[in-house]
Design a protein. Structure first.
Length: 256
């Protein structure tokens, strides 16, 4: 081993032992980890919003639009993970967002403060927003009442209107009157789907100009006293009211 000598402390002049060889090696390893962590942070920063890897031979040319479900921003990135554009909302993201040919963003938002507790199921939305390329909000439409709530998906139409997936509340009494088996009303109500076409009429207003309701296209073979009684297998154009045995009933998560 090499020789070690004592040195004076600059603060009080007292002698203290020098660092041992083991201590020196520990310091070197700690410094190495610090540099490695910094390099990794720089690499992540270069990838902006979290791109980990890309196989350029297999990746499609174009851009990716996404909205983190627990955040309020929407991102358009290229294949290198670089942000091409970013939009900020006052609401957490719903499950859908689309770019129009004009570069506008139309997206759903989670309007939790105004959502009826019964309708606050997974996928609930409540508000639709439109932003121009510069990030300015040009339209917002609340679709949340005690009996209806937008959810999951929407679709921008060529005429500028928006197709919206909506839940409508149907009580236990309504469900039984339509032929629902009472043993399949575990929650005491149903949430059948409605597809609505909303025409924007102002910065915060819209008009429902068309709608299609699951409730108007039912068949059931449980209660022969109801008008919609029939053999399910003989009516593929209709929806079996008793197909789903638990929860709020059968629903859709996407519109196309």
């Amino acid at each position: 081993m090499g020789r070690f000598s004592f040195s004076k402390s600059r603060r009080n002049g007292q002698s203290h032992p020098p660092r041992t060889a083991k201590a020196r090696r520990t310091v070197r390893r700690q410094r190495g980890l610090s540099v490695e962590t910094l390099e990794r942070r720089e690499l992540l920063a270069a990838n902006t919003v979290g791109l980990i890897s890309i196989d350029e031979a297999r990746a499609s040319d174009g851009y990716t639009l996404f909205s983190p479900q627990t955040g309020r921003d929407s991102y358009l990135i290229n294949n290198r993970g670089q942000v091409v554009n970013q939009w900020h909302s006052d609401y957490n993201a719903g499950l859908t967002g689309y770019l129009t040919e004009d570069g506008d963003l139309v997206r759903g938002g989670v309007l939790r403060d105004n959502v009826n507790g019964t309708l606050a199921a997974p996928g609930a939305s409540g508000i639709i927003e439109k932003f121009n390329w510069e990030g300015e909000k040009t339209w917002s439409y609340v679709y949340s009442t005690n009996t209806e709530l937008s959810h999951h998906d929407l679709e921008v139409m060529p005429n500028g209107n928006v197709l919206v997936m909506v839940w409508e509340f149907r009580s236990g009494a309504e469900s039984r009157a339509a032929g629902r088996n009472p043993n399949k009303l575990s929650l005491g109500y149903l949430l059948p789907d409605v597809i609505t076409e909303v025409k924007p009429t102002g910065p915060t207003t819209g008009e429902v100009v068309w709608e299609w309701k699951v409730w108007d296209h039912l068949v059931q073979q449980y209660d022969p006293t109801k008008e919609n009684y029939g053999i399910v297998a003989d009516n593929p154009q209709l929806i079996d009211l008793n197909y789903v045995s638990t929860g709020p009933g059968k629903g859709a998560n996407a519109a196309d």
